[in-house]
Design a protein around this ligand. Structure first.
Ligand code: ZN
Ligand code: ZN
Length: 248
């Protein structure tokens, strides 16, 4: 078949698909005008973190050149090397994350993971990707209640698209910490200490970059605690990246 014909056929099939079986937008519940379950009108309402710090993802003062780090990250006070959590905790994204995490609406997670994937591709266009993905673990009791680990599903979807392996059981949550929402940073830290353990680190040998995957990064306490745990048994030179939908 001619190389010109194939893209034309694909385009026709695409338009036939979105006209005959339109996806439903997970935000406005109207037929989506795109290939994913998110319409163009809702997608442009998503709020990106402006000028994020490369280390922690928080917004830097306006006017700074891109890819810079805030004072805390420049001073080397974080165990995380690079954070990508591109969206702000604002509608329409925040209700989608809650629907995914707390109400079993896995289609919201699929859309969020696709959005994250686009951001990863753009952000790492000129940088080497991590070589392995580690989802933030849930305590077994929480996993039984929820039925799924939201961070693992994100890691699997992103990993499949980027051809990156996922190690789902390397990090374990051994204490069921209370909900972190509404706690100060010091209380979170206290809560998280000894909450996690590290399994067999053989899959990490020889790696130089890994990413910890979560849904929301609030104070960096969780990802920072995990990075410090990893660094206790692995070289300091191992770059630990953190990926999530939201930097709250
Ligand atoms: Zn919509
Ligand atoms: Zn920073």
């Amino acid at each position: 078949m001619s190389t010109k014909l194939l893209p034309f056929i694909n385009k026709c099939l695409y338009f036939a698909q979105i006209s005959l079986w339109p996806a439903l937008c997970v935000v406005c519940r109207q037929p989506s005008d795109t290939q994913r379950d998110l319409c163009t009108a809702c997608a442009i309402r998503l709020i990106h973190i402006p000028d994020p710090c490369l280390g922690c993802g928080l917004p830097l003062p306006p006017g700074r050149p891109p890819d810079r780090r805030c004072g805390t990250c420049t001073a080397g006070l974080r165990a995380i090397h690079r954070t990508l959590a591109p969206f702000a905790w604002q509608p329409p994204l925040a209700p989608l994350v809650s629907a995914y995490k707390y109400h079993g609406q896995l289609q919201c997670g699929r859309v969020l993971s696709e959005l994250l994937l686009e951001e990863i591709r753009a952000s790492y266009a000129a940088a080497a990707l991590p070589q392995l993905l580690l989802p933030v673990p849930l305590h077994p009791r929480r996993l039984r209640e929820r039925g799924y680990n939201q961070a693992l599903l994100v890691a699997r979807q992103v990993g499949r698209a980027l051809n990156l392996p996922v190690a789902p059981t390397l990090l374990r949550r051994i204490r069921d910490t209370p909900a972190q929402q509404g706690l100060h940073a010091a209380e979170r830290k206290r809560n998280l200490r000894r909450a996690f353990s590290l399994g067999d680190i053989t899959p990490l040998s020889g790696l130089t970059r890994i990413a910890v995957v979560d849904d929301v990064i609030t104070t960096m306490s969780t990802v920072d605690t995990l990075a410090r745990l990893l660094h206790r048994r692995l070289p300091e030179t191992l770059e630990i990246h953190a990926w999530a939908f939201v930097r709250a």
